[in-house]
Write a protein that binds this ligand. Structure first.
Ligand code: AMP
Length: 423
């Protein structure tokens, strides 16, 4: 199947081809025709599947018949996102895919001045991408009219609920016209999501592209068993010896992210932290520096990293395992995106064995466990380390972003993994 077979307008096909996409991803080939028909959609898809284009392209096409604006500051399509970073990214996709269409789009989120947003909104916006809190601020100030919304997209619905946005969402829903098209995207389907979908969607079409809670197939996953106190030294060692050029590292806490980032810098590795206590400006700068390769390591908490779209990110490290197993799947979803290969390494200390078990239960498989020579855990309880050997026998050649790693290195590692697998 090609994009031409999906019934998209030439302006959109041109924008897609400018992006270099040759084939629609599974979510795109399934969702685009449904949305184009004007039907409601309940989609199970994680970030990294191409879902943004899956809803943005048909949404833009449906809006492409210009409508005269009525009333004060009306909006025709509303896309709700849980985080500022996601809102910014999706807003950018709307701009890119819609560049040959005469449609206006805007992005609004908190943490930045509201004034410029009011100026943009009052000119009338076809597509508005927003986080719930700031959207409601605008509603309160009457700088936004949601009574003419034709299409609603609730993106990352599971994360919206995790972040406690349910009341805001319900308030927003009450402001929308009953007659509209609604699309709901979620990586997982809890009872709460189903309840929300029931109230929101009208005989929706169901699409599920990645099975519930399965990790992206293209991500190789490894566990390194190590004592807590040696994690930072091991991480520095891996970054250097494996020539990791672009690494997203997850910590559990904001404080931990700051501390680790500072320690890496002391080890001579360029690093920056991204988390909710940083100003929007600092977060945007950290992400931009990381994306353009000016910073080698980005240390992030789960919420800050949610949905970050970093093209061809080769390496994710879990410095600590997440408390919530589903977050592991979200974390490793930052790599191996849209069919590309990626690698996720977890540094696991003895006190995290229970979390590891929970994750393996969710994944329905055991993760390969290894130790690295010189960093074996003292306890001896956890690992069957092979003396003098490690899963990373020698430094690999530098990776480049298009070919994730030296294949021989990967084979060696897998071989090594077998030897030290813990059952
Ligand atoms: P998303 O799941 O929407 O966050 O998209 C994940 C990544 O896939 C983004 O970097 C997109 O630019 C990329 N992408 C989206 N659609 C395609 C496609 N059809 N072919 C190749 N890459 C794509």
């Amino acid at each position: 199947m090609t994009f031409n077979d999906l019934g998209l307008a030439t302006e959109l096909l041109r924008a897609v081809s400018d992006q270099g996409y040759s084939q629609p991803t599974p979510i795109q080939s399934q969702a685009i025709p449904v949305v184009l028909k004007g039907e409601d959609l309940l989609a199970g898809a994680q970030t990294g599947t191409g879902k943004t284009a899956g809803f943005t392209l048909p949404l833009l096409q449906r809006l492409s018949t210009p409508q005269p604006f009525h009333g004060r500051c009306p909006v025709r399509a509303l896309v709700l996102e849980p985080t500022r970073e996601l809102a910014a990214q999706v807003g950018e996709s709307v701009r890119i895919y819609g560049k040959y269409l005469p449609l206006r789009s805007a992005v609004i989120f908190g943490g930045v001045s509201i004034r410029p947003q009011i100026n943009i909104l009052c000119k009338g916006v076809d597509v508005l991408v927003a986080t719930p809190g700031r959207l409601l601020d605008h509603v309160g100030q009457k700088t936004l009219d949601l009574s003419q919304v034709e299409i609603l997209v609730l993106d990352e619905a599971d994360r919206m609920l995790d972040m406690g946005f349910i009341h805001d969402i319900r308030k927003i829903l009450a402001l929308l016209p009953k007659q509209r098209q609604s699309l709901l995207f979620s990586a997982t389907f809890s009872r709460e999501i189903k309840q929300l979908a029931d109230g929101l969607l009208n005989t929706p079409k169901l699409i599920e592209v990645v099975r519930h809670n399965t990790a992206a197939e293209s991500v190789s996953q490894f566990v390194h068993l190590v004592d807590k106190g040696k994690k930072r030294a091991l991480l520095s060692h891996l970054i250097r010896s494996q020539n990791w050029h672009q690494v997203l590292v997850f910590t559990r806490t904001k404080h931990g992210a700051n501390r680790l980032s500072g320690q890496l810098v002391k080890d001579g590795i360029s690093s920056t932290a991204i988390h909710g206590n940083k100003s929007q400006g600092a977060r945007t700068k950290a992400l931009a520096d990381f994306k353009k390769g000016a910073v080698q390591v980005l240390v992030a908490t789960d919420i800050a990293a949610r949905g970050l779209d970093i093209d061809q990110l080769p390496q994710v490290v879990n410095f600590e395992l997440p408390n919530i197993s589903e977050d592991y799947v979200h974390r490793i979803g930052r790599t191996g995106r849209a069919g590309r290969e990626g690698e996720a390494v977890s540094l696991v200390s003895n006190d995290e064995q229970k979390l590891l078990k929970d994750i393996e239960q969710l994944l329905k498989r055991k993760l390969p466990k290894t130790t690295v020579a010189g960093y074996e855990p003292d306890s001896g309880k956890m690992a069957t380390s092979v003396p003098g050997q490690s899963s990373y026998p020698e430094a690999k050649k530098p990776r480049n972003n298009h070919n994730h790693g030296n294949r021989t290195g990967q084979r060696n590692r897998r071989h090594g993994n077998k030897k030290s697998m813990v059952k």
